[in-house]
Design a protein around this ligand. Sequence first.
Ligand SMILES: *Cc1c(COP(=O)(O)O)cnc(C)c1O
Length: 409
Amino acid sequence: MAANEAYKIRNAEELIALEEKLGAHNYHPLDVVLTRGEGVWVYDTDGNRYLDCLSAYSAVNQGHAHPRIVQAMIEQAQHLPLTSRAFRNDQLPLFYEKLLDLTGYEMVLPMNTGAEAVETALKAARKWGYQVKGIPANKAEIIVAEGNFHGRTITIISFSTEDQYREDFGPFTPGFVTIPYGDADAIARAITPNTAAVFIEPIQGEAGVIVPPEGYLRRIREMCDQHHVLLIADEIQTGLGRTGKMLASEHENVRPDMVVLGKALGGGVYPVSAVVASREILGLFRPGDHGSTFGGNPIAAAVAQEALNVIVEEHLVENAAAMGQYFRDHLEEINSPHIDHIRGKGLLIGVVLKPEAGGARRFTEVLQKRGVLAKETHEHIIRFAPPLIIDQPTLDWVLPIIRDVLQMP
Ligand SMILES: *Cc1c(COP(=O)(O)O)cnc(C)c1O
């Protein structure tokens, strides 16, 4: 029996029960059991079709099962899936070349998940702090923002300000200084001679699509230059076109010293992450300093090349800007007693509900029944982040549904 036939002998209810019984409950998913995806659409085990307005937290920017990306993965899998970095492979340098060409940096360090790339950037920043800036041993400080989301490792949650992410996971990694997000003066006050880096999301995604005040990133850039501090942007969610620019930092014409990428770098089919930076920073790594068995494997490198090709050749950055504007303009027109305000850039949009709206979850559950999958974040916010290939007719289909749902009592 083929693997997917095995799934079909059980209905959605049974599959949900099985998952709840056998798996750790570290997520609270909507009760929709998906079995197929194509472009902006996903299908459940009963054959119902949904518009995906989450895109796996922006990992599926190119759309589900993009034929070119899937093909690249299949071909590479049949050819040479894995070498480890103990040997070289013929895909990795081509991936480097493409990624650097698109982002304008000088060196890459490949990983798999976002959290691993974040850890890599933090290691690189500390190394730079000691070897280049001359910070005394073990004294490096990295400035981070309240409300941040950078992943789930113990070091990363060490500087989370979300209580639940940390509860009962201590002791934590020291060396992080937290300041309020959006307040550039707070960063000025927090910088000391031991500051190696400011590590920030250009727009805070998981915090609820929080767009900082105009000029925020630019001011951080100036302060970092002034005090010989690295600016590191976590663009795992905002990068690769999501906000209507290749990197969200470009909205302020800011070039971070180091950029962390993930999610859509794998084209929605495979985990690929990377840090890009200058030679001055990533050139500090010596053989044995850091690594990953799967990081930079041939499938990852082949998939990422095609994922980047699709972003460029299908003009996804431009489409995200245009469709994002259209989506937001029409969301703004919705007359609903529940909406407090709408924010975001490109196709990263948060609809912030009033506290008395009764929480976002009840709206996302009705949206699901109407064929729209969106995820609530932080109680009162509905995030709309469809694949960047979405077109205007599809938005014209979904907008009246969103309006109806937001107008319910
Ligand atoms: C998703 C995300 C991460 C973590 O990526 P994983 O692949 O889940 O480890 C880090 N930073 C940001 C901004 C993210 O959105």
